[in-house]
Design a protein around this ligand. Structure first.
Ligand code: ATP
Length: 238
């Protein structure tokens, strides 16, 4: 089986600072793959490069058999790759429903769009209850839900989530993680970047540990969760 996403020897730099130093990994259809690691490891840079927001120094990114190098960020979305960025980036003055509709800007099947808006409300009922309110009135966790719902509106083949648990209460975090499992069960392929290694590895099929621009360890979520070095470095055990 060929991978849905293949990243090969990817290097990305900001001027002289090499933030990603030659990483390789794949995401197969239907899988949840997570990149974990501390601040500054290069996780966000990796996602932004896959999305076409940053240009790589070298390496190859292939999505659904297509080399991504020749595509702009908006074209990459239309190939089926959606990105829910760190810090959410919702539009606070627009209503929740209009924020969702924006996620479908490349589509013109209004029946399908309405159905997917309903699907977002089924996943996150609070969004439906408040559909006509300005998105800026939502709590941080609710805004995270909206960002995920909006990313899903492009009907992606691959959903990339950058730190969906950031800044959330334990209950909200639990809810977000449950939704990721639900999306996985519905067949969505997900690349998840998380600092919360415990939560991410618990639900991921595959995980990669990043440190200062490199992948230093890879394995199944279960194997990494029980790996002694991971437990010491990322799960706060002595
Ligand atoms: P975090 O969880 O804190 O977001 P991360 O693993 O996602 O961490 P990145 O945000 O990808 O890490 O950052 C990787 C490195 O690149 C860091 O050293 C960071 O300081 C640097 N970096 C990130 N963005 C820029 C930028 N716009 N200009 C210069 N350096 C940057």
């Amino acid at each position: 089986m060929t991978a849905l996403l293949e990243v090969e020897d990817l290097k990305v730099a900001y001027g002289k600072i090499e933030a990603v130093k030659g990483i390789s990994f794949t995401v197969d259809e239907g899988e949840v793959v997570t990149l974990i690691g501390t601040n500054g490891a290069g996780k966000t840079t990796t996602l932004r490069t896959i999305s076409g927001l940053l240009k790589p120094l070298s390496g190859r990114i292939t999505f659904n058999g297509e080399p991504l190098r020749k595509y702009r960020a908006d074209q990459i979305v239309s190939l089926g790759l959606a990105h829910s960025p760190e810090g959410r980036h919702i539009f606070p003055r627009m209503t929740i429903e209009d924020n969702l509709r924006l996620g479908a800007y490349l589509r013109n099947d209004s029946d399908g769009i309405n159905k997917d808006i309903q699907r977002a409300y089924d996943l996150f009922p609070i969004l439906g209850e408040r559909r006509k309110q300005a998105a800026g009135t939502l709590s941080g966790g609710e805004q995270q839900m909206l960002a995920m719902g909006r990313a899903l509106m492009s009907q992606p083949k691959l959903l990339m989530l950058d730190e969906p648990s950031m800044g959330l209460s334990p209950i909200m975090m639990q809810k977000i993680m449950e939704t990721i499992v639900e999306l996985k069960n519905q067949g969505t392929t997900i690349l998840l970047v998380e600092q919360n290694a415990q939560a991410a590895l618990s639900l991921a099929d595959q995980g990669h540990v990043m440190e200062v621009g490199n992948i230093v360890l890879s394995g199944t979520g279960t194997n990494l969760l029980t790996d002694e070095s991971v437990r010491k470095a990322y799960l706060g055990e002595d």
